[in-house]
Design a protein. Sequence first.
Length: 159
Amino acid sequence: MRKLTLLCVGRLKEPFYIDAAAEYVKRLSRYCKTEIAELPENRLPENPSAAQIEAALEKEASAIRKKLPPNAFLTALCIEGKAYSSEQFARLLSELSDRGASPAFVIGGSYGLHTSIKDAADCRLSMSPMTFPHHLARVMLLEQLYRACQIQSGGQYHK
């Protein structure tokens, strides 16, 4: 992998998430360049209507589309995506690297991703059937990307 892009709706605020994400970006720097773009999450009232949620997701989707690198292999993190083992994920990333593709991962905000982003994705990835905060999902994805690099290089970390 030459370059990884993460497009994340919402900013990390808690120091423990910031520190964990920074640690994995630092570890990944031995293998590839990692770019993280934080996009604004649209504020909604406490009990938003379906129409308010849809409008916010569409606005976030527009911001995501503007930041997508050209010709990126787009992976949308969503609960209805495919779950990969760490080894399968490492193989997927190796195949993308062999094809010269640049992976771009999109993590939505509190209400997920707009359908148009999921439909445009080359891959839908699920971290688990459980629900996680989107800030934790970012750390989990970075850890799995680092683990994949370790698997590809024959390192001991993944065992």
